[in-house]
Ligand binder design. Sequence first.
Ligand code: ADP
Length: 413
Amino acid sequence: MNDHSVVLVLNAGSSSLKFSIYRIASAEPWPLDVRGQIEGIGSTPRFIAKDGSGGTLDEQTLGDAIHDAPSALDFLAGWLRARYHGVSVRGVGHRVVHGGARHGAPIVVTPKVMEDLRALIPLAPLHQPYNLAAIEAVSDRLPDVPQVACFDTSFHRGHQVVAEVVPLPLEIRQGGVQRYGFHGLSYEYVASVLPHVAPPLATGRVIVAHLGSGASLCALKNGRSIDSSFSFTALDGLCMGTRPGALDPCVVIHLFQGLGMSAKDVETVLYKKSGLLGISGISNDMRVLLDSTDASARLAVEYFVYRAAKEIGALAAVLRGIDGLVFTAGIGENSAAIRERICEASSWLGIELDPAANAQNGPRISTQTSRVSAWVVRTNEELMIARHTGALLGLMEAGRQAVSSPSAATARP
Ligand code: ADP
């Protein structure tokens, strides 16, 4: 498999390395060639790779030598070399959680950019170090391949000051304490496809609900982010799989002073033990909770819906009314039951659900007469990263040239 060029997209977390390979082509969207991940890094690592249509290409349990980002990347590099012998990697796009106040747009990585991004580690200690470790590991192995950092915060830059400020003293705010917003790559992708998928909403007032293991809302006006339920970190707002969402800060003071917990333990409670898992005591997986008859599982689902509807009301106030509600991510795209409950709780806004369309997962799930329409849009953060990488590195043009060159006929398998 050669004679063509690809872009590699990496999304590196604390225990997983997700990757996608896109072929550089003449037209958007670029074809997805492979998508996969190494999960369980540091415990029981497993590798899985699927082709562009979701068929499994490879699946294997890895040895415990795969214990960090560099070793995971070495394995992935070997696998990719075997599959893509002779293929040119023209760029690597990374998901990076935090761009801070300075980086409001994706950027080609340089030593200075890395310095800026390292300074943000204290603001996102559970994500940023792993994102940056992947960039460093690629630099070591492919020093001549340009890399692009795509931030989860970028799409939310440009909010009004009142939507960004955290009401604390100036000396604290000067250290970067402000509302940033996250899931930006997902919202940016959804906003980019609204003109095709849900044309009436493209220029309207829209709330997008990204409901996955992390969950948040974004208020869109004319396709631009106006506000978000996430703020300083990805802990605020909605109830999530293992994160609580909005919480009275005195609860945290109580964990320290009343219960004598350490900072590490508090962090673990807030990021890994709360939310759906904390309330149910059973699981962080919505499917398990919906299937359970246990009262605590029912309460967890009820709280998830209650909180989502409450925050939808808040963002509807920010937008002064809405034209549409869009569901995306694992729960939003797949759970008709949760969408039905959230739409029912938000019916006062003028949403009238079409049960048959909802059962089919959309795309339009409200009746034709519904004053506010509701939709399901599948998100694609990796494609958004590939687009940014292609645009910043001038590869869109390269794709067009490849197609008009004589070797182009053999470029596709
Ligand atoms: P992330 O990318 O943040 O890991 P996803 O967007 O993939 O998360 O969402 C994962 C979550 O989606 C799972 O934890 C599960 O609860 C939920 N999910 C997936 N499919 C369904 C479904 N059919 N019904 C309910 N929940 C679902």
